[in-house]
Design a protein around this ligand. Structure first.
Ligand SMILES: CC(C)(COP(=O)(O)OP(=O)(O)OC[C@H]1O[C@@H](n2cnc3c(N)ncnc32)[C@H](O)[C@@H]1OP(=O)(O)O)[C@@H](O)C(=O)NCCC(=O)NCCS
Length: 188
């Protein structure tokens, strides 16, 4: 485990933990990949941005209204960083949180993102008693749409020209799951 990393939750193959300085290289490599950045807010990501970002994350804690926290997703066996899940806790209503996710290309197509997001949903509903979890995705981001549906989130909205991505207005889907839907899916 990296220096002083906090483990937030675990799944069969993965651990969701705080970031540590040992993650900088892996994080920088996947963030600077243009395929990974295609539907994300960043472009041409630089190594110094990764260093600043990870240092900020090391200082951050979960569930602080008004902030985003990035959860590092690592393999249990090696502690290798394979991606991250982000959670936004809004100030106005902190019982409804927004999630996002990014996984390194070489770790896609193996069900890791599904496993991590399911683990994150359980953590948010069971540890923080969140009422609802939402996610926005570009309508053209097919792997993201498939992932959101695989973890049991419902399409609640089709929002036209809702986000300016790299200078161009894009349509988004809003996905959501209520705590009661999560609990019901566990009982089935
Ligand atoms: C969105 C993203 C995280 C999805 O990653 P992913 O690898 O497709 O998702 P998973 O890890 O759950 O893998 C699912 C795929 O692996 C396959 N798979 C293989 N083994 C599996 C297993 N044990 N369990 C589940 N699925 C498995 C599934 O069939 C599925 O393939 P399909 O999508 O072709 O049907 C990834 O594309 C990404 O990081 N994109 C760039 C960042 C981004 O755009 N983020 C979203 C912003 S809203």
């Amino acid at each position: 485990m990296g220096n002083n990393a906090t483990i937030y939750t675990e799944t069969n193959r993965l651990v969701l933990r705080s970031f540590c300085l040992e993650d900088v290289e892996s994080f920088y490599i996947y963030r600077s990949n243009p395929d990974i950045a295609r539907f994300q807010s960043w472009d041409n990501y630089q190594r110094n941005q990764a260093v600043t970002f990870i240092n900020e994350q090391i200082e951050s804690s979960p569930n602080i209204p008004g902030s985003w926290l990035q959860y590092a997703v690592a393999l249990k066996t090696t502690n290798q960083l394979i991606g991250d899940c982000a959670v936004h806790t809004p100030i106005a209503e902190s019982d409804i949180v927004e999630i996002g996710f990014t996984f390194a290309s070489e770790y896609q197509g193996k069900g890791y993102a599904t496993e991590a997001v399911k683990g994150l949903l359980g953590y948010l509903f069971e540890i923080f008693n969140k009422h609802k979890v939402i996610a926005y995705t570009n309508v053209e981001n097919e792997s993201s749409v498939r992932l959101l549906e695989r973890v049991g989130m419902r399409r609640e909205g089709h929002l036209l020209q809702n986000y300016k991505s790299k200078g161009k207005w894009v349509d988004e889907y809003l996905y959501a799951i209520l705590q009661q839907e999560w609990v019901y899916s566990l009982e089935k």
